[in-house]
Design a protein around this ligand. Sequence first.
Ligand code: HEM
Length: 127
Amino acid sequence: MLTLTTTLYERLGGITGITRLVDDVVSFHLNNPLIKARYLPLTENPEHFARIRQHTINFFCAGSGGPQVYGGKGMVGAHKGMNVSEQEFIAVIDDVMEAMQKNKYGETEKRDVLAILYSMKSEIIHI
Ligand code: HEM
């Protein structure tokens, strides 16, 4: 029997769709009163900002089945010392869901991304 599978990466629109999504998420974060203080300092250093943005795009691509290689820190290393709260964690996920809504992704894709993000909770909060 022939089985056709589509990766989440493909369903997210590949590198083009994911780049658009990440840029929308960043812009939502910078306007979200619950978390903007965490991200605003990044805008003061354009090179650092560009590096984190590129890492985040590659992280999403690689994590959803794309060919890109993620070269940033692991989730514990990236968030250690921030003592991120549960509320901030949910705020980040809410922004991702809102950005997916804006870009008209389907319920299946939103559910898949939600499950992947939620699974990282213990590597990100209170560390
Ligand atoms: C599932 C949720 C999350 C994922 C998948 C995620 C993912 C990432 C990734 C891939 C990076 C780039 C690391 C690097 O370039 O080495 C990063 C950096 C960062 N994250 Fe998260 N993150 C999440 C939640 C959060 C939360 C809740 C906060 C705080 C509100 C946060 C704040 C930051 C900040 C400030 C940076 C930049 C760190 C730096 O300047 O080196 N993240 N995150």
